[in-house]
Design a protein around this ligand. Structure first.
Ligand code: SF4
Ligand code: FES
Length: 235
């Protein structure tokens, strides 16, 4: 007999070793997420995938599925908590969608639409962060980094280069580049590396091709974020 968990009203089978997120995805159920990408080990930093497991909040991307669990995901309370998290991310960085190259193809923006975020209840911080334009093929715009760590995992586990890491603590946390100068242009990253394409927002972007997709044809113009697999390199 296959073991199952209950996610909202669905009986969801799972295989030994699967997380709640993996079981949900295999069953075609969407749980909001930003730092999870099935190509990489989950690490549970964004908290967007928070669900209640037998009444206790857990991150679905890291919590193992255990037979008989009752998971609450699609409830008004969990949606509201996720919306608050998205508002916090928008308030923490400088996310000016109106002139961001990634607008229309950005997971963060698409999640905000999905969660009906029409305003922000938090005061914006307007951090001062310097753009790294030292690389011939890539731009690193720290203003838009949401610290999901996907570029770190992609560079470490797929490209085997370890170009990125997190530095600092608390609100001073920043994405740091592993090169003598700390600049992307002096690192070993190449335009076709996985780390150059995995960013779910507009932080690591190609230098060329900006605004080349007409409005109406951008990735999330055509579909909601709940309709996709975790997409990277959507620009
Ligand atoms: S640059 Fe992009 S992929 Fe890397 S941590 Fe920031 S948001 Fe995530
Ligand atoms: S997707 Fe699970 S914590 Fe980010």
């Amino acid at each position: 007999m296959t073991d199952t968990i209950t996610i909202d009203d669905h009986q969801v089978p799972f295989e030994a070793g699967q997380t709640i997120m993996e079981a949900a995805r295999a069953a075609g159920l969407y749980i909001e997420h930003l730092c999870y990408n099935p190509a990489y080990q989950p690490h549970g930093s964004c908290k967007l995938c928070s669900v209640k497991v037998d009444g206790v909040i857990q991150t679905a991307c890291t919590m193992p599925a255990i037979a008989g669990q009752k998971v609450e995901s699609d409830s008004p309370e969990m949606k509201s908590r996720r919306k608050t998290l998205v508002e916090m991310i928008f308030a923490e960085g400088n996310h000016y969608c109106a002139f961001c190259i990634k607008s229309g193809s950005c997971d963060l923006q698409a999640l905000a639409y999905h969660l009906d975020m029409h305003e922000n209840s938090f005061n914006h911080r307007y951090p001062v962060r310097v753009i790294d334009a030292s690389h011939p093929d890539l731009i690193l715009d720290h203003d838009r980094c949401i610290f999901c760590g996907l570029c770190i995992r992609a560079s470490r586990d797929q490209d085997h280069k370890n170009v990125f890491t997190m530095a600092g603590r608390g609100k001073a946390t920043r994405l740091a580049v592993n090169s003598e100068t700390g600049k992307l242009g002096d690192s070993t990253i190449a335009a076709d590396d996985a780390a150059a394409h995995v960013c779910p927002v507009g932080a690591i972007m190609p230098r060329r091709g900006a605004y080349s997709t007409p409005i109406g044809e951008r990735y999330f113009d055509a579909r909601g974020i709940d309709e996709i697999d975790n997409a990277s390199g959507k620009l």
